[in-house]
Each structure stands twice: as C-alpha cells, then as structure tokens.
Design a protein around this ligand. Structure first.
Ligand SMILES: [Zn+2]
Length: 104
C-alpha cells in the first residue's frame, strides 16, 4: 500500500483515500498526463524517418558502397530484400503519420 503526504496537515495518508482522516480536507487527485493526439502522428513520422535512415545506412555498408572492408561477409538477401523492406516500411509509417496528423 502506498502512502502520500496530505497537502494541508502534512501527515501520511494512504493513496486511495479522497479525504484526509486527520484534518478531513479533500485531497486532490494526481492526474497522469495522457499523450496528446497530435503527438501520435509526429511519433509515427519520427519512427518512420528513423527506419528509413537505418535502412539506408545498412544498405550502404552491407552493399559494399563504402570503401571500408567489413570483417564478416553479409548475405546478399540483406541488401536485396531486407533493407528495401525496412525502407518501404519506414516510408509507409511516416506517410501514415502524416495522414493521421492531417485527419485530426
Ligand atoms: Zn490532512
């Protein structure tokens, strides 16, 4: 059982009580902030752009476009299927974020 301090008399009161048993003042409820609806679209756009950036980086290094020699071989299925899939998934997620931002 969690307790918190009464804002009027300073004594410890159990968390679920709406009224202080010592001074009989009403204890205000603590509200947790709900995420705003406009934030949801931005979050999807950000995740989508991050996925696209990650796919571009993986494709660049795994495809051998950089001069850096990788210490381990990478299967061609990564650059042929997986990084385009990640890129298109990120593009779709950010477009869905734009769409849901415009709708609200
Ligand atoms: Zn009190």
């Amino acid at each position: 059982m969690t307790t918190r301090q009464c804002p009027y008399c300073g004594k410890l009161v159990s968390d679920f009580r709406a009224e202080c048993p010592h001074c009989h003042e009403t204890i205000p409820k603590i509200r947790t902030a709900a995420p705003q609806r406009s934030d949801v679209g931005w979050r999807k756009i950000r995740y989508g752009l991050l996925c696209m950036l990650l796919a571009t980086l993986i494709h660049y290094f795994a495809g051998g476009y950089s001069a850096m020699e990788l210490p381990f071989p990478i299967q061609p299925v990564v650059t042929v299927y997986l990084t385009p899939l990640l890129f298109l998934g990120g593009l779709g997620l950010s477009l869905y974020g734009f769409y849901s931002r415009r709708k609200t």
